[in-house]
Design a protein around this ligand. Structure first.
Ligand SMILES: NC(=O)c1ccc[n+]([C@@H]2O[C@H](COP(=O)([O-])OP(=O)(O)OC[C@H]3O[C@@H](n4cnc5c(N)ncnc54)[C@H](O)[C@@H]3O)[C@@H](O)[C@H]2O)c1
Length: 341
């Protein structure tokens, strides 16, 4: 039985909490024993709702040991791993602390605010011989996993073009409004668009250059609307867009359209469609589980079986941050074609 500690039970942390509660019902050998959140009101069930449904049930916190201080929890608890669902500006600091205490670490995306911080996290994991995985959930999302299979297998030949979009209403629920402070969240590029950056990196590797046009709408939040072209030596046309100021009744959407020499794969309005150029289009059979559930199962299986966290290796999720850094630089320079480190 692995013992877990959850750090941060804001919007995303509660999504993770639901998964640990499900593990308990399923007799899965992972037990959440301790929870830490600096805001003790959350242990009384006082939460703000977010913009996507990650679970918001009522909790019985009496079965966990509760902390409002991370150091105290790390000092007093005997854990195998921690699950960090803290604001991004705390990821590197808390991950390194936990790794140095000899714990494995699952940490929410984005890995950190800078690639230098990502490197510190990787170094701490290496030095302590512990596993580190960033919860880049799209790598575990069935609709995106299918796409990866088509890209890697070459079943439809080479990719000729790819478009990714995500966007929705402005996230206004966060602790001390950290999400809308560029210095603490990295703005829409590092926080929300990072999912598509990570997908592009996972599917196609690092582009040679990026060019990003972006705009600020909300004072102090960095870039809120953006469009990036990813430039690869083989000339495929790759673009991703994000907008977290789509308010009103729009809700939230994520979608992609990827074209290959011999077919295309489209995921729009929650519907996945594979369209071969020599036959009928179809919707493939995929897992019904969410990426959030599957990523935690994957990480804990890697701990139980002592296997590497290949699907979301920390070096790869750090490369995602390097691409995003180039996008921010490009955006600050009016879309200048900018090399990726
Ligand atoms: N994978 C996804 O789809 C997804 C979606 C939303 C958020 N996230 C990520 O999850 C992380 C958390 O985001 P969120 O939306 O849940 O934010 P949030 O503000 O709702 O939650 C953060 C929680 O951390 C707590 N906290 C703040 N400082 C702390 C400290 N020093 N010690 C202990 N607790 C502290 C806050 O009280 C709050 O409960 C971010 O990295 C975000 O990018 C991922």
């Amino acid at each position: 039985m692995l013992k877990a500690g959850l750090i941060g039970i804001g919007f995303m942390g509660r999504g993770h909490l639901d998964i640990y509660e499900r593990f308990e019902k399923e007799n899965y050998p992972v037990k959440l024993t301790a929870i830490c959140d600096v805001d003790g009101e959350k242990f009384k069930g006082k939460f703000l709702p977010g913009n996507i449904d990650v679970g918001n049930s009522k909790y019985d916190f009496s079965k966990y040991r509760l902390y409002t201080d991370v150091d105290e929890m790390l000092e007093k608890e005997e854990l195998d791993f921690v699950d960090i669902a803290l604001p991004t500006y705390l990821h590197a600091e808390v991950a390194v602390k936990a790794l140095n205490k000899g714990l494995h670490v699952l940490c929410e995306k984005p890995m950190a605010l800078t690639s230098a911080d990502c490197a510190r996290m990787i170094e701490a994991a290496r030095r302590n011989g512990k596993k580190l995985m960033i919860a880049q959930c799209l790598r575990f999302w069935p609709e995106y996993e299918v796409l990866k299979e088509y890209v890697d297998s070459g079943r439809f030949g080479k990719v000729t073009g790819a478009y990714f979009f995500r966007g929705g209403s402005t996230p206004r629920w966060s602790y001390q409004n950290w999400l809308l402070d560029e210095k603490r969240s990295g703005g829409c590029i590092l926080d929300q668009h990072i999912h598509d950056v990570d997908m592009i990196n996972w599917l196609f590797g690092k582009p040679r250059y990026v060019s990003t046009i972006a705009a600020n709408v909300i004072p102090g939040s960095g870039f809120d609307i953006l469009s990036t072209n990813y430039i690869y030596p083989d000339g495929k046309v790759v673009n991703a867009q994000d907008d977290w100021t789509l308010n009103g009744s729009y809700g939230f959407q994520m979608l992609y359209r990827v074209n290959f020499e011999k077919g295309n794969i489209i995921y729009e309005q929650g519907v996945l469609k594979v369209n071969p150029y020599d036959g009928e289009g179809f919707t493939p059979e995929i897992s019904k589980e969410s990426g959030y559930y599957r990523e935690i199962v994957y990480f804990t299986q890697a701990l139980m079986n002592n296997t590497p966290v290949e699907v979301a290796a920390p070096e790869s999720t750090m490369a995602t941050i390097e691409i995003a850094e180039a996008e921010v630089e490009s955006a600050k320079n009016g879309g200048r074609i900018t090399p990726v480190k």
